[in-house]
Design a protein around this ligand. Structure first.
Ligand code: DOR
Length: 437
């Protein structure tokens, strides 16, 4: 047996916090002891990681990443994306299906699972709701559920046709019963394209001043409205991805008050940046949904605080410099997120670390149906952990990140809070902020 001890930290999980050392059997990938005695199994461990002044937490879970494989390995691969995730404290990420080809059939899902077999975190494939993400014909959802898919989404775009979305929702409720007790979730990128077409940033004062076509908030809100209605009609679990407007958040708040089976995520950029950033015409600020107004940022923060929003996601979207150097209207939307998310939440949100961990670990783990991540830190539990120094300050550098892409909008920004170590399946994949894999 090879043992690992994490010494001197404060354990924080969904049951509260306590000073304790954590002992792990690296071979089985399980926690064997959580103790505040200086016991023999701590002092005799084969490897010891220092955690004094640190928080020892369940590994973070990101519901929304683009890993670009297959198809755009020049921008990211499953291996580099997983490494970036581990550096950001994530032990599990949900990969979005807008690859080339799309993740809409068993062959591509199996390919992702094979590529992810030996990387630095768990990569959980989502699958497309419709064939080719074209919004017309349902993907073979039952077959994909049997392969382990839990979240279906056409992300990158929303399902435009109401009837197709209704069918997907009806089908998903049946699959919930067929699956191994874990729920199936439909995740929606809410954007009515007939309203957003020709828009490259938020429609408002800044788009008028800059002469860049805008996407109105209503393009998002109309689809949120429709899908709340479909959740009511069908009983399907619907998860709203990257909510960005005050109106969307108010709609989800009301839906939750009405007891509907909906959940929601917000990205780090939608609670830290506004459409005023686009005044530089720098395409690093181009993202879908677009950066919105300060009032929207305030509403996202309120939603994170009051429980309307269940999870912080990154929407990690690597793009090569050549692609991002195109003009604002033709550059692809998206920004890197995995290595900055936790520090941004700790630095920018006025929330206790327990609440931030709920939003970044156990709540998203539950939505993704991942029962080996985000759990209580106790003997017998899977050893998927991140150890965070909440006081360390560091400066963001795109070039220093694991991704071959460098499109971070936080370049040069100083953040407080850093992932010190990450343990995946009992093995340290990050030690002292350095990737081991
Ligand atoms: O900004 C975004 N980037 N939004 C999306 O919906 C897709 C993503 C990507 O794949 O680059």
């Amino acid at each position: 047996m090879s043992t690992l001890a994490i010494r001197g930290g404060t354990v924080v999980d969904n049951t509260g916090s306590r000073e304790a050392d954590v002992v792990i059997d690296s071979e089985t990938g399980t926690i064997t002891d959580v103790t505040n005695d200086v016991s023999n199994d701590v002092t005799s461990a084969d490897t010891t990681l220092e955690a004094s002044g640190c928080v020892v937490a369940p590994g973070l879970v990101d519901l929304h990443v683009h890993l670009r494989q297959p198809g755009r390995e020049d921008a990211e691969t499953i291996e580099t994306g997983a490494r970036g995730a581990a550096l950001g404290g994530f032990t599990a990420v949900v990969a979005m299906p807008n690859t080339t080809p799309a993740m809409d059939c068993a062959a591509v899902i199996r390919e992702i699972q094979d590529l992810a077999a030996d990387v630095a975190c768990h990569v959980q494939p989502s699958a497309a709701i419709t064939v080719g993400r074209k919004g017309q014909e349902l993907a073979p959802m039952a077959e994909l559920v049997r392969l382990g898919v839990r979240i279906f989404t056409d992300d990158g775009t929303g399902v435009q046709d109401d009837q197709v979305m209704r069918q997907a929702a009806e089908y998903a409720t049946g699959l919930t019963h067929l699956a191994d007790g874990q729920p199936i979730t439909l995740a929606q990128h809410c954007e009515v394209t007939s309203l957003s077409e020709g828009g490259y940033m938020h429609e408002g004062e800044w788009s008028s001043r800059l002469g860049i076509g805008g996407q109105p908030a209503e393009a998002e809100e109309l689809m949120v409205m429709r899908d709340i209605a479909l959740a009511r009609l069908t009983g399907a679990r619907i998860h709203f991805q990257h909510l960005s407007t005050a109106g969307s958040i108010a709609l989800v708040r009301a839906a939750k008050e009405a007891g509907l089976p909906v959940s929601a995520e917000a990205t780090t950029h939608h609670f830290t940046l506004t459409d005023a950033c686009c005044a530089t015409y720098d395409t690093v600020y181009k993202v879908h949904p677009p950066l919105r107004t300060q009032a929207d940022v305030d509403a996202v923060r309120e939603g994170l605080t009051d429980g309307t929003i269940d999870a912080i996601a990154t929407d990690h979207a690597p793009h090569t410099s050549a692609d991002k150097e195109r003009p604002f209207d033709s550059a692809p939307p998206g920004m890197l997120g995995l290595e900055t998310a936790l520090a941004l939440a700790l630095t920018e949100l006025d929330l206790p670390i327990e609440k931030i961990l709920a939003l970044m670990s156990w709540q998203p783990a539950r939505i993704a149906g991942l029962d080996t991540h985000g759990g209580t830190i106790t003997a017998g539990a899977p050893a998927n952990l991140c150890i965070i120094d909440p006081n360390e300050t560091w400066t963001v550098s795109g070039a220093a990140m694991a991704s071959p892409s460098t499109n971070t909008p936080y370049e040069g920004k100083t953040l407080t809070g850093r992932v010190r170590h990450t343990i995946y399946n009992g093995t340290p994949v990050v030690i002292d902020a350095q990737a081991q894999k």
